[in-house]
Write a protein that binds this ligand. Structure first.
Ligand code: F3S
Length: 282
């Protein structure tokens, strides 16, 4: 059985950086926390917990220690709260997310009504929005943007994982709403690149394995796009979930992983598939 691994499977730049920073912080002495899970990988969170890093939903009652800011960022109020409590802050916010936050701050400061293209419930968007000093709207589609009021000056930024198509549709509507418009394309292509590679792979193989947290939106989406092309697609978190029966009659198996999946989980999955294959050969 041939195992084909997607070139860009696993950690994106921002997640890799945040994870490294978290493990480095964990190795130092003293209490260490993250505000929410550092990344959407229960196995990474578990490893960090094993090293004493606690996951908190807020900083209530915390008076000392180190707080690590996750890759998709936190709100400005949460960051200020950490500083007020004199905690040591390890800011692992992905630089691309940080850029979006900075654009919102600047636009707002310069009198623009800010339109953020994204999912209002997503913590990254909540963080980005929190940097606005004036009016701000979150829209998830062109249709939603069409319902916005008229605005004199409009500044548009996007959640990093948005599709370019959605940003384009929102901008089109904003052009009809505002006299002056500034657009910052803050989309990061890591998600789109992973999806394109996964689709190409799914077309070539008899079975697809997608590895990543069940709580990871980008992994779930990867599994969805693969299933559309390859019905024998399985979304797993760890190698233990693999089942030998999935590989019956399979000559080529494709493996990909979400942007928050560590390399060690990918390696374990590949090893287990190889073991199944060796058993099959007898
Ligand atoms: Fe950053 Fe893009 Fe990853 S915004 S966290 S590099 S998906």
């Amino acid at each position: 059985m041939e195992i084909l691994l997607a070139k860009r499977a696993g950690f994106c730049f921002g997640v890799k950086r945040a994870t490294q920073m978290a493990f480095e912080a964990a190795e130092k002495e003293g209490e260490t926390f993250t505000l929410g899970p550092i990344i959407h990988s229960p196995q990474v969170v578990q490893r960090l917990e094993g090293m004493g890093v606690k996951v908190l939903s807020d900083l209530e009652g915390i008076g000392n220690g180190t707080v690590i800011i996750r890759s998709h960022g936190v709100t400005s109020a949460e960051l200020e709260d950490a500083v007020r409590r004199q905690l040591e802050v390890v800011d692992a916010t992905c630089p691309f997310v940080k850029k979006a936050q900075e654009h919102v701050k600047r636009l707002s400061h310069d009198g623009y009504t800010v339109v953020v293209v994204g999912d209002a419930d997503h913590p990254e968007v909540q963080g980005i929005v929190s940097y606005a000093e004036g009016p701000v709207h979150v829209v998830g589609s062109g249709e939603e943007a069409a319902r916005l009021p008229n605005m004199k000056k409009v500044g548009v930024v996007a959640q990093t994982t948005q599709s370019f198509e959605t940003l384009k549709n929102v901008v089109k509507e904003c052009l009809l709403k505002g006299g002056e418009i500034r657009v910052f394309n803050t989309i990061c292509d890591a998600t789109a690149v992973r999806q394109d590679e996964a689709k190409a792979l799914a077309r070539e193989v008899d079975c697809m394995i997608v590895i990543g947290g069940f709580n990871s939106a980008n992994t779930k989406r990867l599994a969805e796009v693969c299933s559309e092309l390859q019905p024998r697609t399985y979304h797993i978190e760890t190698a233990q979930e693999l089942d030998a029966s999935w590989f019956q009659g399979v000559e080529r198996v494709g493996v990909t992983a979400g942007a928050s999946t560590p390399k060690w989980l990918i390696d374990e999955v590949i090893e287990r598939i190889q073991e199944f294959d060796n058993k099959k050969k007898g």
